[in-house]
Design a protein around this ligand. Structure first.
Ligand code: NDP
Length: 292
């Protein structure tokens, strides 16, 4: 088996499973999960993400609703829209695309989404559910990462896992998921001493930093599984390219399994958003998630 973890192929399989669940929900419960995506402003990268999300939502058979608001939308208007979506029975998931314009309080908006319609796992109730090991909605990028690790490695119990990065959207939820899988977890960050040594102790290394190719192959324990969450746009030899936080050329010769950038964690993120929407639709209707 190749040591490359093909996130694109994995995400395609996951979307196939989701499509089959959605068709069972329609046939058995007359329920079509609906996802509303709200975009404020005209950030080109956000517009691409929102387009991709809408396209993939429709492809698995769900309803997709897009709300595009101008950059100068008052915070109160955005909160009113979220309130309306919270009350709309045809909408089961609400995603407000980040970043929001500076005059809007992101935390306030995210917390205004009802926790049972939160598909990002950013609502404080879902954060609390994850950190206490209860069932809730898990942030998409860590969820995709843990799915790929379990698929490749099976039981993760007792493994040493190092997560580099402690953000609320990737590092911390990732560490919680690894802990739930009975790993011994270390969270490293910008103040960590001897980061190279910390990384060398990892059976599972998750890089979520945002620094191009910061982790070279000689920081990786031979045979370790490496999940590279980083997405960095760089220019090399006059060409623009995407690289991760791990130096793929040297790391792929040492790692037992590794996600490439692009084509690793990235494709799993949207697939997990669709998964979370189906999960929330089932929860709201108090029905079990159908088998794929
Ligand atoms: P943040 O900027 O929120 O967090 C970065 C973390 O890295 C911080 O905890 C920071 O430490 C730590 N850090 C920064 N420099 C160093 C260093 N020199 N050594 C050790 N740790 C360091 O980023 P995000 O978590 O939001 O994202 C991380 C990366 O993942 C980005 O490249 C982002 O684009 C990508 N990403 C990819 C997604 C996908 O779908 N594949 C989804 C989300 C993010 P400190 O807390 O001390 O400042």
């Amino acid at each position: 088996m190749s040591n490359i973890i093909d996130g694109k192929a994995f995400a395609e399989r996951l979307r196939g499973d989701i499509a089959s669940r959605v068709s069972k929900l329609k046939a058995q419960h007359q329920l079509t999960p609906g996802l509303a995506v709200v975009l404020v402003g005209e950030d080109p990268a956000s517009e691409v993400y929102v387009r991709n999300k809408a396209k993939q939502t429709v492809e698995v058979g769900m309803e997709s609703v897009e709300h595009k608001l101008p950059a100068d939308t008052p915070e109160a208007d955005l909160l009113a829209l979220v309130d309306e979506l919270n009350k709309n029975p045809d909408i089961h998931g609400i995603l407000v695309q980040l970043p929001l314009p500076k005059h809007i309080d992101e935390a306030k908006v995210l917390d205004s989404i009802h926790y049972e319609k939160d598909v990002d796992g950013f609502h404080l109730t879902n954060v609390g559910l994850l950190s206490t090991g209860a069932e809730g909605v898990v942030p998409c990028t860590p969820l995709g990462s843990i799915m790929m690790l379990k698929d490749r490695l099976g039981d993760l119990s007792g493994m040493n896992a190092v997560v580099v990065g402690r953000s609320n959207i990737v590092g911390k939820p990732m560490a919680n998921l690894l802990l739930q899988e009975n790993c011994t977890v270390t969270i490293a960050h910008s103040r960590t001493k001897d980061l190279a040594d910390v990384c060398r102790g990892a059976d599972i290394l998750v890089a979520a930093v945002g620094r191009p190719e910061m982790i070279p192959g000689d920081w990786i324990k031979p045979g370790a599984a490496v999940i590279d969450v980083g997405i960095n746009r760089i220019e090399r030899d006059g060409k623009k390219k995407l690289v991760g936080d791990v130096e793929f050329a040297s790391a792929s010769g040492v790692a037992g399994a590794i996600t490439p950038v692009p084509g690793g964690v990235g494709p799993m993120t949207i697939a997990c958003l669709l998964h979370n929407t189906v999960q929330q639709a089932c929860r709201q209707h108090k029905i079990a998630m159908p088998d794929a």
